[in-house]
Each structure stands twice: as structure tokens, then as C-alpha cells.
Ligand binder design. Structure first.
Ligand code: SME
Length: 155
């Protein structure tokens, strides 16, 4: 994906989040735009923090068996606990990995947080190995920040 495409995609997601009537709608539209916008994004979902669990919200791709992930488990749990983006180039080589699909090769998890508080995370799987690079981080971290603003509003 070219940088121009990424800029356009960021603008589209940013506008959708700003115009959404509530946080749930903002998350659903974000998932749709990211899934449609980047061919390498095989599975796109958002988990929302509920107590000590990450609960699966909107997603596109194959249904995941992991609809509720305790903070101590998986790459998802690690990203929320460490409050940092995690990129895994080869999920089969990462002992933390919780499998969603046998086709998944790589994953990026981006915490949705504001002022050190984690509200959830964007989780994206790819059927391509090492599909995620600095450009994906640069696209997804600002989107996560915009979603955090909506989730922090509480509605
Ligand atoms: N792979 C994640 C679990 C979520 S599924 O990929 C949708 C993890 O290891 O936490």
C-alpha cells in the first residue's frame, strides 16, 4: 500500500470516527474501513476492556473462538498489559499466541488508550508472514488514539 493510500485511508477513518453517533458505531466503521482498505488485513477486530478481560466487539473475518481474553493471555493480553503496540511477524513462533485461524501468519495489536488508561485494542491478523511494518503502526496508532477519545467519552 502506498503512503498516499494510507493517508487517504487515515482521513476516511478519522472522518468516520468524528461523524459517528457513538463509540460503538465509530468502532464498527473503523473495522469496516480498515478491512476494506488493506488487502493484507485478513481479520480486523476491536476488543474492549471489561474489568480484567478483553471482550470482542466489532470484527470482520472468520469468527474467532477468543471472544473474551483475560489480560494475562495471548498477544492481545500482552499488548493491553504492556500498553504498547505488539507486532508478531510469525505467530507460530510466539508462545503467547492464541490461534484464531490456522491461516494466520502475522499479527499486530494496537492498544486503544488515553492518558495511560487502556480502553481496548485494535487486533489485525494477516495470512501473510511479516505483513506489518512501520507504515501499519503509523496508520493504526493515531486511529487508536481517536477511538480512545470516543470511548473515554463513554458513549
Ligand atoms: N491472536 C490473538 C487472539 C485473538 S484472535 O487472533 C482474533 C492473541 O494471541 O491474543
Amino acid at each position: 500500500m502506498t503512503d498516499m493510500d494510507r493517508d487517504e485511508l487515515f482521513r476516511a477513518v478519522s472522518s468516520a470516527i468524528a461523524a459517528a453517533p457513538n463509540a460503538a458505531s465509530a468502532m464498527t466503521q473503523t473495522v469496516r474501513l480498515l478491512k476494506d482498505g488493506v488487502p493484507a488485513y485478513t481479520w480486523v477486530g476491536i476488543y474492549v476492556l471489561d474489568g480484567n478481560d478483553l471482550v470482542l466487539g466489532p470484527f470482520l473475518g472468520k469468527p474467532s473462538p477468543h471472544t473474551r481474553i483475560p489480560l494475562g493471555r495471548g498477544i492481545c493480553g500482552a499488548a493491553a498489559t504492556e500498553k504498547a503496540t505488539i507486532v508478531v511477524d510469525d505467530v507460530n513462533a510466539d508462545p503467547r499466541y492464541l490461534a484464531c485461524s490456522v491461516d494466520t501468519q502475522s499479527e499486530i495489536v494496537v492498544p486503544i488508550m488515553q492518558d495511560g488508561e487502556v480502553y481496548g485494542e485494535i487486533d489485525i491478523d494477516s495470512d501473510r508472514a511479516a505483513a506489518f511494518g512501520p507504515g501499519d503502526r503509523a496508520l493504526l496508532e493515531p486511529i487508536a488514539a481517536l477511538l480512545a477519545e470516543r470511548l473515554a467519552e463513554g458513549g
